[in-house]
Design a protein around this ligand. Structure first.
Ligand code: NAD
Length: 490
């Protein structure tokens, strides 16, 4: 372990500017996925613990919502600097509890940091609009207002970036915030909260409540919480969307994915095979933008399989802190078993296991090597369901239109990628594919802070997406004011 955890392993909630012992005694283990060692225990907060955070957030809202946006933005500038100064420490913490590669972990922080930079533009982003003389002597203006107390519920796979999709934007808009991070990766969340505090955020503006599903249900039912941002798996996203909306809350729920990567016969095969491999297998395939279905068009399939098998042969399956590790461990043993189960299912459904990662990796830890399933047909469950592990399924397709139809039949719509040298094919793909994040000769069309993260279909429940201007719209209420003043005597 490169990082000294000190007393960080004793996890507390953060309410009203203080670290407080949760009243619940229930805990779940947090592991180092590379060794299988228990490194901390996450508290499973109860209703009393959540009430404490909501009370603190409600109190803080009184003053924070009155704070001028330029002053709120100044805290984002300070936070940006702190995140940069502590990037390496945060990245190591992410590797420790999530298992991903150190470079990917640095990217995890960097992508979140870019949201902080975007949020620092709050005075411009929060501007309203107006039209003088909508009728004779009458003017109309639109202003933005914060919602109140809002909550964020986040997954394990991007422990820094995803909380940072939410907290800076919600807070800079004048809301107060409660974070319920993944119980699998609570250490990074706690460190982020410390940095917000150090940046000068007043007590109660940001609060942290640890827990799992039961704590989330308390959040969804709490009358003091006005809106919920969620990122996680599809089944939980549907639950969050339905229950929070039924309780009158504004909801954005970013969900699971099954992302297709189309290989056209004219593509640069060496480049595309490397890109497809890295998209499918980096971070153990645990990325919502990971390509998980390869669609080889017009006879490109055999060559692709050959290249993927050769890359797999030399790809190191190893711990995230070793910079030459290509495939890093799965975050929990339970999930590793689920992913293994999917490989068995694929084989039973008739797929050929051309690269088999089921028995790869060192002793201890939650290891799986890369697995490639060939001869997969669109109706097989391994072609349709999210596996969220280092498993790539490969399908063959006669032409681009058939490949696009395959993609559009998926109930997910997070991302889709094409590898080609043909601009016309790329344009047709871009226009016709039903997915929100499109890549052209890009393995992972990564989220950018200043654009919305645009999942479609079963990859997103809600109206306003995370980040970009959608984020500002999500975290503000608009008010339209129509004014008439009598003309003064001339
Ligand atoms: P998850 O759905 O298991 O957990 C996400 C959050 O929901 C956690 O905070 C967890 O405590 C909580 N939760 C879990 N079960 C719950 C339940 N029954 N009721 C209420 N809350 C519950 O997801 P995960 O395993 O942490 O993350 C992986 C998933 O997230 C994948 O499906 C991945 O595609 C998805 N993801 C999506 C995006 C996106 O932008 N669309 C980004 C990252 C991850």
């Amino acid at each position: 372990m490169a990082i000294d955890l000190g007393d960080k392993t004793v996890l507390k909630n953060y309410c009203g500017g203080r670290w407080v012992e949760p009243s619940s005694q229930d805990r779940v283990d947090v592991w180092d996925p590379a060794t299988g060692d228990v490194i901390a225990r996450t508290p499973l907060s109860n209703a009393h613990d959540l009430d404490r955070a909501v009370d603190a957030a409600e109190q803080a809202f009184e003053l924070w919502s009155e704070e001028p946006p330029p002053r709120r933005a100044r805290i984002m500038f300070a936070l940006q600097r702190l995140l940069q100064d502590n990037l390496e420490e945060l990245a190591e913490l992410i590797v420790l509890e999530n298992g991903k590669g150190i470079d990917e972990a640095r990217g995890d922080v960097q992508r979140g940091l870019e949201v902080v930079e975007f949020a620092a533009g709050a005075p411009t982003l929060l501007m309203g609009s107006g039209l003088e003389q909508v009728s004779r002597g009458i003017d109309t203006d639109m202003y933005r207002y914060p919602l109140g107390v809002v909550a964020g519920i986040t997954p394990f796979n991007f422990p820094a970036m995803i909380p940072l999709w939410m907290m800076p934007l919600a807070i800079v808009c004048g809301n107060t915030f409660i974070l319920k991070p993944s119980q699998r990766t609570p250490l990074t969340a706690a460190r982020l909260v410390e940095l917000f505090e150090e940046a000068g955020l007043p007590a109660g503006v940001l609060n942290l409540v640890h827990g799992a599903g039961d704590t989330v249900d308390l959040v969804l039912d709490h009358p003091g919480i006005r809106a919920v941002s969620f990122v996680g798996s599809a089944a939980v996203a549907r639950h969050i969307y339905a229950r929070a909306a039924a309780n009158g809350k504004r909801v954005q729920a970013l969900a699971g994915a099954k992302n297709h990567m189309v290989l056209m016969p004219d593509a640069d095969l060496d480049f595309a095979a490397e890109a497809i491999f890295s998209s499918a297998f980096s971070n153990g395939g645990q990325r919502c933008l990971a390509g998980s279905v390869g669609v080889a068009v017009g006879g490109a399939g055999d060559k692709l399989i050959e290249r993927l098998a050769a890359i797999a042969e030399s790809a190191k399956v190893g711990p995230g802190l070793e910079a030459d590790s290509v495939v890093t461990p799965i975050t929990t043993e339970a999930h590793r078993q689920r992913v293994k189960g999917w490989i068995d299912t694929g084989a039973k459904e008739g797929a050929r296991v051309v690269v088999d990662g089921r028995n790869q990796g060192s002793d201890g830890g939650f290891w799986l090597g890369p697995t490639v399933l060939d001869g997969v047909r669109p109706e097989m469950s391994v072609a349709q369901e999210e596996i969220f592990g280092p498993v790539l399924v490969v399908q063959r397709s006669d032409g681009l239109d058939e490949a696009i139809k395959t993609i559009n039949r998926s109930h997910y719509g997070n991302a889709a990628v094409i590898f080609t040298r043909d601009g016309g094919a790329a344009r047709r793909f871009r226009r016709r594919v039903h997915a929100g994040m499109i890549g052209v000769n890009i393995p992972v069309p990564a989220p950018m802070a200043f654009f919305p993260f645009s999942g479609w279909k079963g990859s997103f429940y809600g109206d306003l997406h995370a980040t970009g201007r959608d984020g500002i719209d999500f975290y503000t209420e608009r008010k339209v004011i129509t004014t008439r003043w009598p003309e003064p005597p001339s």
